[in-house]
Ligand binder design. Structure first.
Ligand SMILES: Cc1cc2nc3c(=O)[nH]c(=O)nc-3n(C[C@H](O)[C@H](O)[C@H](O)COP(=O)(O)OP(=O)(O)OC[C@H]3O[C@@H](n4cnc5c(N)ncnc54)[C@H](O)[C@@H]3O)c2cc1C
Length: 459
């Protein structure tokens, strides 16, 4: 009997995954697409709950037309792919993925794999940040986009990066009172970055528009802010943020706080597959090593989109097409010579993306010097002081060794939330470069799944 060939599998139905799937389907294959979301869209085109009737312009703003075009592409693509929504990849190995869907576990064989798993928030812990009512910035946006809900009526936005201004704008437009946007960086102080930022064209112009819009509504946008403490009301919920601005210690009241200090690539699947990583010192994170078309160091494993490096939705789509066309060529398809346009587009955008990384850096100096009592690893209840103590008493500085000593990053989030700040803390205490701290190795399950899912094995 002839052995059936295993399918091409794509993880992630955001701009990168959908662009890759379209190209692979056009070449005559029927890829399996896996996404934990209810509907395709990824982060930028996240879909609202079907019962909600907010017009696209209210949800996606300037991206509403692109979202409509994306939706039409997904509708065209649907019959040509085996699409598995609400399905989480919780582990990966050569030729096999482990999936969970609605209380059941499955395995999915693959012959070639494109990982387009996107990014997530990078958060700087602040004293008191575990109070109810404190959300990650991305979480605040998901609440609005998908559930048409605000996280509060009086919401402070604190952190760094372009998404901070976008979400503050979206909240203010949706009716929230925004007492202030508090930026840790001083993005426009380095004038030499302006030409490179301006090379972002419409994307840069939109960023300026959001800031001008906030200013025009009387919403203070302060830069160079150092967050000091999230304060709580009698019921334990957040009721304000104390921060330093220049020489002044200030306080603003709120009933919810959104915190986000840029994005980090979701790299755990690549890690479990044994892909090589390198340290990107500008983004201060470990990223999978890929060639210019997304081939990883492991045969038949390709990476695309924010999961390879955070570079925005247009680059994500271009890199999805590049990964798909590399995969097709490697599988023996004729080289259609169409990759050069996407390669050029990505190369052109790098000037802008690099400038963004420099204008909105992760506040590593603040992270490295957080007060001892600040909670860092929420899952295991470890403070900055606990981590410092472990480094000093163990004499170790490799983050996986520190994990073995004090359980840092061993809980449900697997270090996805606490990892960036913990890395900076360890580097500062040990007085070494942050790259020498290494990265927390991915462990299955990479995302929390109910134990029940592992015992109910599907067909
Ligand atoms: C919270 C958040 C909000 C953002 N909002 C905006 C915005 O409003 N505007 C903007 O321009 N940019 C936004 N971005 C940046 C945005 O990520 C990119 O512009 C673009 O969406 C990247 O496309 P992508 O296909 O690489 O990844 P994504 O769009 O993130 O898609 C990745 C997909 O992979 C799926 N996935 C990940 N891990 C697994 C797994 N283990 N199992 C199954 N499925 C998995 C996810 O469900 C997701 O659908 C946001 C980023 C984040 C993290």
């Amino acid at each position: 009997m002839m052995k059936q060939a295993q399918p091409i599998v794509i993880i992630g139905a955001g701009p990168a995954g959908i662009a890759a799937a379209t190209m692979i389907a056009d070449a005559g294959h029927r890829p399996v697409m896996i996404d934990e979301g209810r509907a395709a869209g990824g982060q930028i085109f996240r879909q609202p709950h079907p019962e909600f009737l907010r017009p696209p312009g209210d949800i996606y703003g300037f991206d509403a037309r692109r979202e409509q075009a994306f939706r039409a592409d997904v509708a065209d693509l649907n019959p040509a792919v085996d699409y598995r929504s609400e399905t989480t990849v919780w582990s990966a190995e050569t030729g096999l993925l482990h999936l969970a869907n609605r209380g059941r576990a499955f395995v999915q064989p693959w012959s070639r794999l494109i990982v387009a798993a996107g990014a997530m928030d990078r958060v700087l812990p602040t004293e008191g940040w575990t109070a109810p009512g404190v959300y990650s910035l991305g979480g605040a946006q998901i609440s609005l986009k998908a559930e048409a809900s605000l996280i509060g009526r009086n919401v402070i936005f604190a952190g760094t990066g372009p998404l901070l201004y976008l979400v503050a704008y979206q909240y203010a437009k949706a009716g929230a009172n925004v007492p202030a946007v508090l930026e840790t960086a001083k993005p426009f102080d380095n004038l030499s970055l302006l030409p490179a930022l301006a090379s972002g064209g419409a994307t840069f112009a939109r960023g300026l528009y959001y800031i001008a819009w906030l200013h025009a509504r009387g919403i203070p946008v302060l830069t160079g802010v150092v967050p000091l403490e999230v304060t709580r009301a009698g019921d334990g919920r957040v009721n304000g943020l104390a921060f330093r601005h220049g020489a002044r210690r200030l306080f603003l009241g709120c009933d919810a706080l959104a915190l986000g200090h840029g994005l980090k690539a979701e790299t755990q699947i690549a890690d479990l597959l044994g892909v090589d990583f390198y340290f990107n010192s500008q983004q201060r994170q470990w990223l999978p090593t890929i060639d210019m078309d997304g081939r990883s160091s492991i045969p038949n494993v390709y990476l695309a989109g924010d999961g390879a490096s955070v570079r925005g939705s247009a680059v994500a789509a271009a890199s999805g097409r590049l990964a798909a066309s590399a995969l097709l060529r490697d599988a023996g398809h004729r080289d259609e010579g169409i990759a050069s346009r996407d390669r050029r587009m990505i190369a052109r955008s790098m000037r802008f993306r690099n400038a963004l990384d420099r204008a909105f850096p992760f506040p590593s100096d603040i992270a490295g010097t957080l007060p001892d009592k600040t909670m860092i690893c929420r899952c295991e209840g470890l403070t900055a002081g606990d981590i410092r103590h472990t480094v000093v008493t163990s004499g170790e500085f490799d983050i996986n060794r520190i994990k073995a000593f004090c359980r840092l990053g061993m809980g449900r989030c697997q270090g996805r939330i606490c990892g960036p700040a913990a890395t900076e803390l360890i580097a500062t205490v040990a007085r070494i470069d942050v790259s020498a701290v290494g990265r927390l190795r991915g462990q299955a399950p990479i995302k929390p799944i109910p134990l029940r899912d592992l015992t109910e094995v599907g067909a």
